[in-house]
Design a binder for this molecule. Structure first.
Ligand code: GCU
Length: 324
């Protein structure tokens, strides 16, 4: 995988020329579960093209969208053993693999979008990306994934409206706990199974950012989107620790820089996409409601006390991010 560049001597007639350096490109596959129209695909295309440029053509990243190489869990497992180089997942899914990512899954952690960015760019944010090395992967960067709210066939105005509802969650311990505290029945499912689950009534509700309604067409099987904005959980670009360790120092730097730049590229993309997807969702017939957040906030408060006792290390990260 790590082929060193060298100089290719060419003998032309009696003249020995030293041609341009010969590269053996490092090709890396990147798996994710969104489609080609999702802003994260565009951010990662930008990342791939910058990585190529900054590594003088050495790093070639091929992006496989639509969970073609497996859902998020399957892709992560392949990344862990080095069979797949890279994947784009999110902090909720990653919490099941490396607990520190769970810090981002705490409800109502950030006061606004700038706070969310300060946290992702902070020392705590960076330490979370590195914390998964013993689990076989390293986080390269975060991507904005907006905030998550509930959607269902009925309006969710307060936690009372979630009572008895089967709410799809990601396979994340924090998400499960949050839904329980809000009175719903958490039902972990892979993202790719959710459209049919909503359509067939296997689950009654779900929660996500707006792209779920439009780019994943959940707006076709949902009537209301209740903007309670309970979490802001970033997407995360990860690389197999084995693959990373096999890259030259120059390529590591190039890849890290490309990833950092793409995070900021995504910041603008996301802001635009959020506004556009809302208009599209309304056109699909989804009604937006704006419940008061206080009752949701109050109901999930025990998560903070619980975390302080059960996991002081993650609590420390949460606490430091909260204060930023
Ligand atoms: C977001 C996130 C995905 C994740 C999905 C989910 O869309 O970007 O990475 O799979 O939420 O709810 O499963």
């Amino acid at each position: 995988m790590t082929l060193k560049k060298g100089l290719l001597p060419l003998i032309i007639g009696s003249v020995m020329m030293v041609a341009a350096p010969a590269y053996a490109a490092v090709t890396m596959k990147l798996s994710h579960n969104h489609n080609r129209n999702h802003p994260v695909q565009k951010a990662m295309e930008q990342m791939a093209s910058r990585a190529k440029e900054l590594s003088d053509g050495n790093l070639v990243i091929r992006i496989y969208p639509d969970a073609q190489l497996g859902d998020q869990r399957e892709s992560l497992e392949l990344v862990q053993n080095g069979a797949l180089a890279m994947a784009k997942s999110n902090a909720a899914e990653l919490e099941a693999f490396a607990k520190n990512y769970g810090a981002f899954n705490m409800p109502y952690l950030f006061t606004d979008r700038e706070h969310y960015y300060r946290a992702m760019l902070s020392e705590s944010g960076k330490s979370i990306l590195q914390s998964s090395r013993p689990n076989g992967f390293i986080g390269l960067t975060y991507y904005d994934a907006g905030s998550r709210s509930f959607y269902a066939k009925k309006a969710i105005n307060s936690p009372d409206d979630l009572k008895g509802l089967k709410v799809r969650v990601q396979p994340s311990p924090s998400a499960v706990e949050m839904i329980k505290l809000l009175g719903g029945n958490p039902t972990p499912l892979a993202y790719g199974e959710l459209y049919t689950a909503l359509q067939q009534g296997v689950v009654d509700a779900a929660e996500n950012n707006l792209t779920a309604l439009t780019l994943n067409r959940h707006g076709e099987v949902t009537k209301f989107y209740s903007v309670d904005e309970h979490t802001s959980i970033p997407d995360v670009l990860v690389i197999s620790a084995k693959v990373w360790d096999g890259l030259s120092e120059k390529d590591q730097k190039a890849l890290q820089q490309a990833a950092d730049e793409s995070m900021m590229f995504m910041k603008d993309l996301w802001a635009k996409s959020d506004a556009e997807e809302k208009v599209k969702a309304e056109k699909m017939g989804v009604q937006f409601i704006y419940p008061k957040k206080a009752s949701f906030q109050q109901a999930v408060q025990p998560m903070y006390d619980g975390l302080q006792k059960s996991n002081p290390e993650v609590y420390q990260l949460v606490d430091s991010m909260k204060k930023l």
